[in-house]
Ligand binder design. Structure first.
Ligand code: GUN
Length: 290
């Protein structure tokens, strides 16, 4: 069993980013990212902090807007429009999910597609479907694809089963895996919470992408011997012996699934660090293209 170390692959991506940043600096350009958080969800807050921290480590320009849960739709739209106009900002990310009174789709549509480093804007969703390389691909699925490539996993002709149909992971992941080219050319099945007899389908997979958002949902019965498993889940489960009172587990029951796998990602240290690394890469791409 091969453990796919996301932390190491992310470091490789970040090394490429540092080289690109130096190259842009020589031309007087510095990529800038604005990260916006509305409300005080602890997991979202932690993600936003680590995105901001990574930017600063790399020497990117980074602006963090932490807004109260009471922020109105209009206030948020005003901020997004300001960031669209700000020449020092090349990437804009509004952390999902926002509080219930915010219309997330309207916020995403307000972001300049050329600065939409999350790849959530309809223009970028369309560009992914059209295989137009000028678009932005959501960071998490992009990171998963890079993990497969770096781990030497053949996707060409393989049967990949994506479990989860979210706009952030499942749908773009399926599009990436079926696209032509490296890390693509797979036969893709998308399963989700309404899928009948899920295990019968995932057992046919050469590659399983678990993006359901339920702790340890994928168990040994879902996985055939020799499969490759990418675990996108980051779930906080109560753990009274842990310092913070919780521990992080994936969507895959790692201990029972790992022995059956050809390769598997751990949680933490798998997909998580890749998401942030791809965000840095997307911000650099935005700076180049703007
Ligand atoms: N929430 C969970 N993942 C993401 C992400 O990649 N981008 C944003 N904006 N919100 C998220």
């Amino acid at each position: 069993m091969q453990l796919i170390k996301g932390t190491e692959v992310a470091e490789k991506v970040l090394t490429e980013c540092r080289r690109d940043i130096a190259e842009l600096a020589a031309r007087g350009k510095k990529p800038g990212l604005a990260v916006v958080l509305v409300g005080d969800d602890p997991a979202s807050r932690a993600y936003v902090r680590s995105k901001d921290k990574k930017c600063k480590e790399l020497g990117l320009h980074s602006v963090k807007h932490e807004l109260p849960a009471s922020t109105t739709q209009d206030d948020l739209l005003t901020l997004v429009r300001q960031l669209n106009e700000d020449p020092a900002i090349h990437g804009i990310l509004v952390q999902s999910p926002p509080p219930k009174h915010i219309d997330e789709a309207a916020i995403v549509r307000a972001i300049d597609p050329a600065k939409d480093v999350d790849g959530f804007h309809p223009i970028n969703v369309a560009k992914l479907a059209l295989e137009d390389p000028s678009g932005f691909v959501p960071c998490t699925p992009l990171g998963c694809q890079r993990l497969l490539i770096e781990a030497g996993i053949q996707t060409d002709g393989a049967h990949a089963v994506v479990v989860g149909r979210s706009m952030i992971v499942g749908k773009p992941m399926a599009m990436l895996l079926m696209a032509k080219g490296k890390g693509g050319n797979a036969t893709v099945t998308v399963a989700h919470s309404r899928t009948r007899d899920l295990a019968a389908i995932t057992r046919q997979a050469d590659i399983i992408i678990a993006a359901i958002g339920r702790p340890e949902f994928i168990t040994a019965e879902h996985v055939r011997d020799g499969a490759v498993v990418i675990d996108v889940g980051i779930n906080r489960v109560e753990d009274l012996i842990a310092d913070k009172g919780y521990r992080l587990v994936g969507d895959v029951a790692f201990n029972e699934v790992a022995p059956k796998c050809r390769a598997i990602t751990p949680v933490p240290g798998g997909v998580g660090p890749m998401t942030i690394a791809m965000l840095m890469a997307n911000t650099i791409k935005a700076c180049r293209q703007l």
